[in-house]
Design a protein around this ligand. Structure first.
Ligand code: GDP
Ligand code: MG
Length: 177
């Protein structure tokens, strides 16, 4: 028979790095905005064909409000199977914040197995010329902080959006919901 899986994917990072436009870009076409929270979380959904008989429904959770300081972070993180941590390559402080975001996530949520929620680090706005974070320091940071990998993205130029999400959705067969 047909089988449908549900995956919860978090999108975290400082304000203005491009999280919301990233999610909109990714789901556009099959955009299905179910819910706009008044408590600061945007919720979007995208359905993917996983195999002939399996569908994956991605629930993308994008913090829209007070970012890292939201009081319900633990609830927000709960049950996630993957995470995007995003920064803006022209904003070094948003890069430095990624350490806090990753630590906050790891201290508040894990996979059911107890392992860390797989995180990909996205260096967004790579279309812009005035970069302030080098590829070398991103690469070093990525390894030192347990990210699965990192990628340069440009939501504006539609660069690496699907590729990045493919990485996040690919930690193995999801558990049946
Ligand atoms: P959020 O606060 O992290 O959700 O950031 P938003 O998605 O609201 O984006 C903040 C601003 O950055 C908006 O003006 C976007 O148009 C812009 N932006 C997002 N992604 C890119 C990108 O890849 N390149 C450029 N140049 N601008 C971007
Ligand atoms: Mg936003």
């Amino acid at each position: 028979g047909h089988c449908s899986h549900l995956l919860k994917i978090l999108v975290i990072g400082d304000q203005n790095v491009g999280k919301t436009t990233f999610v909109h870009r990714y789901v556009s076409g099959q955009f299905n905005r179910d819910y706009r929270s008044t408590v600061g979380v945007d919720f979007s959904m995208k359905a993917l064909q996983w195999s002939d008989t399996e569908t994956v429904r991605l629930h993308l959770w994008d913090i829209a409000g007070q970012e890292r300081f939201i009081s319900m972070a633990r609830i927000y993180y709960k049950g996630a199977s993957g995470c995007v941590v995003m920064f803006d390559v022209t904003n070094s402080s948003s890069f430095l914040s990624c350490r806090h975001w990753k630590q906050d996530l790891d201290s508040k949520a894990t996979l059911p197995s107890g392992g860390a929620i797989p995180c990909i680090l996205l260096a967004n706005k790579c279309d812009l010329a005035d970069r302030s974070v080098s590829a070398e320091s991103i690469s070093r940071f990525c390894k030192a902080n347990g990210f699965v990998t990192w990628m340069e993205t440009s939501v504006k130029d539609n660069k690496n959006i699907t590729e990045a999400m493919r990485f996040v959705n690919n930690p193995g067969p999801p558990s049946v919901v």
